[in-house]
Write a protein that binds this ligand. Structure first.
Ligand code: 3AM
Length: 185
């Protein structure tokens, strides 16, 4: 019997943008802000699934395969601090409908498969720091990175040797938009 794994659905960031975000973070925030998220771990969570058995994981993969959702894009033009959870995040002032639909769909499939879903509204974000428990001076703006999203993935969160790393287990493309430019990332 395979042990359960801690899973979540997420969007990865294009490597070049991840790199720019890390540079910008180093320029804009003092070291003592909190525990910085490693470049390779930057992601936008769509649905957190918790500890999932192998059977449930298969059911969720089979559901994700059938998803019909068009690709979308967004600008990372917002930044904030949630003192309660100690998270400093990068996000967007206006989330595109495609992103909200995708997250809603995955969350409802997760709930149907018995994965507890938080009743809090979905606020799409990329965590930059954790354990940011003191006041944080936020930068006046962000460079507004433009992200084209063409797919999403299922990730396992693995805690090993005092570190968390995320392993991509499966990924799925999103359908191209009518008249959209070919993949540019
Ligand atoms: O990086 P963010 O915050 O977007 O916070 C965790 C991370 O997302 C979130 O799942 C992602 C991968 O670990 N997460 C962890 N535990 C959670 C929980 N109990 C959770 N989200 C909701 N409920």
């Amino acid at each position: 019997m395979t042990a359960s794994r801690r899973l979540f659905f997420a969007l990865a960031l294009p490597e070049a943008i991840g790199h720019q975000i890390i540079q910008w973070r180093a320029e804009q925030f003092p070291m003592e802000t909190g525990r910085p998220v490693a470049e390779g771990n930057l992601h936008l969570t769509l649905a957190f699934l918790g500890e999932v058995s192998a059977d449930k994981e298969r059911a969720l993969i089979n559901a994700a395969i059938r998803l019909q959702q068009k690709s979308f894009n967004f600008a990372l033009d917002d930044c904030g601090h949630w003192p309660g959870s100690g998270v400093v995040w990068l996000g967007m002032r206006r989330a595109p409908r495609g992103l909200l639909q995708l997250a809603q769909w995955l969350r409802s499939r997760a709930a149907r498969n018995g994965c507890y879903q938080s009743p809090l509204p979905f606020h799409p974000h990329i965590t930059l720091f954790r354990q940011a428990n003191n006041a944080v001076a936020l930068p006046p703006g962000t460079p507004g990175w433009h992200v084209d999203t063409h797919g999403f993935g299922l990730y396992a969160s693995i805690y090993q040797h005092g570190r968390t790393r995320y392993e991509l287990l499966e990924n799925w493309p999103l359908a191209s938009r009518e008249g959209s430019a070919p993949e540019s990332l």
